[in-house]
Design a protein around this ligand. Structure first.
Ligand SMILES: [Zn+2]
Ligand SMILES: [Zn+2]
Length: 349
């Protein structure tokens, strides 16, 4: 079946309207009419071929929400009409240790929602800037938020799980002091989630102007990271710092803020490396420098349910598909609070 989509034919070209093919749902497949799709920073990197190996045409989008419009004969979890989501993963090997543990995000054969090889035309996956998507039910999530919040649920599927998973893995909660570096698409979710988990949340920003915004999101304290005195006041005090910044920067500034056995975990992916940290800052307090990439399917469902229960959604700006190229330019200037979401009804033209 042919559906409308927005994508690029080459890395140096803007996104434009195009027709793409979706497979007929197989026995285990769910067909979803996409209502909204969030715009993630990795969409820009991949559509512009800033990371290696972009396959064209490239239709980005891995923060997908919508309604089931067809279900294969063996689909057991979903029926037509259900509100559902799809995040960054649409397939994996289903039998390795990672898949068995529900950590499909770490499967060596994980298939991303766009720009990954697949048997379907045109030979690689095409994402959520489109009217419909067909996905094996294992990789489809149930959305329990009210439908009126659906657009703001979309960014939970990447920005939400990317921050939720490390917060859970390193036990953010009551009695823990948790830092969130960067107040953007990822960071604003990290603040909301860490706050809802009961941690004492400190937001780090380079800009004094974001202080009130960070407090409104749930930060207990705000530190301007360029101010050495403000930083020094928090030395040796954090259990966990979640670093969402994708631009290379000095990690020692944050490592020294960790208490003994504290963890600095990176979730932003810079195109060029951070400067190597000072080893003394790790060994002197048995600190860890770690990383985390999205989350598995069971944990993504847990995150969505946690957010529904706590009334958490992303702060969004809804756009039409024809505004996507302008939205990319604004994202590069951090001119969005905090996530653009495409109204996929506008794809019909
Ligand atoms: Zn993403
Ligand atoms: Zn696997």
């Amino acid at each position: 079946m042919t559906v409308k989509a927005y994508g690029a034919h080459a890395g140096d070209q803007p996104l434009e309207s195009m027709d793409i093919a979706r497979r007929v749902p197989g026995a285990h497949d769910v067909q979803i009419d996409i209502a909204y799709c969030g715009v993630c920073h990795s969409d820009i990197h991949q559509v512009r071929s800033e990371w290696a190996g972009t396959l064209y045409p490239c239709v980005p989008g891995h923060e997908i929400v919508g309604r089931v419009s067809a279900a294969g004969a063996h689909v057991s979890k979903f029926k037509v009409g259900d509100l559902v989501g799809v995040g960054c993963i649409v397939d994996s090997c289903q039998h390795c240790d990672d898949c068995a543990d529900g950590l499909e995000n770490y499967c060596d054969n994980m298939v991303g929602t766009y720009n990954f090889p697949t048997a379907d035309a045109p030979g690689h996956t095409l994402g959520g800037y489109s009217q419909q998507i067909v996905v094996h039910e294992r990789y489809v999530l149930r959305v329990r938020h009210p439908e009126t919040q659906l657009a703001a649920v979309a960014p939970l599927l990447c920005a939400g799980i990317t921050t939720y998973s490390p917060l859970r893995h390193w036990n953010a909660g009551p009695g823990k002091k948790v830092g969130v570096v960067g107040i953007g698409g990822l960071g604003h979710m990290g603040i909301k989630l860490a706050h809802a988990m009961g941690a004492h949340v400190v937001a780090f920003t380079t800009s004094e102007s974001k202080r009130q915004d960070a407090k409104a999101l749930g930060a207990d304290q705000v530190v301007v990271s360029r101010d050495a005195n403000q930083m020094q006041a928090h030395i040796n005090s954090f259990d966990l710092i979640l670093n969402t910044v994708a631009a290379p920067h000095n990690l020692d500034d944050f490592l020294t803020l960790l208490k003994r056995d504290g963890v600095l975990t990176l979730v932003g992916a810079p195109a060029s490396p951070h400067p190597s940290p000072e080893v003394f800052n790790l060994i002197s307090k048995r600190r860890s420098l770690a990383g985390s990439m999205i989350g598995g399917i069971p944990e993504t469902q847990e995150m969505l349910d946690f957010c529904a229960e706590h009334g958490i959604v992303a702060d969004i700006e809804l756009i039409g598909a024809d505004q996507i190229n302008d939205a990319y330019e604004r994202m590069l200037k951090s001119d969005v609070k905090y996530r653009f979401v495409i109204d996929n009804a506008t794809l019909a033209g």
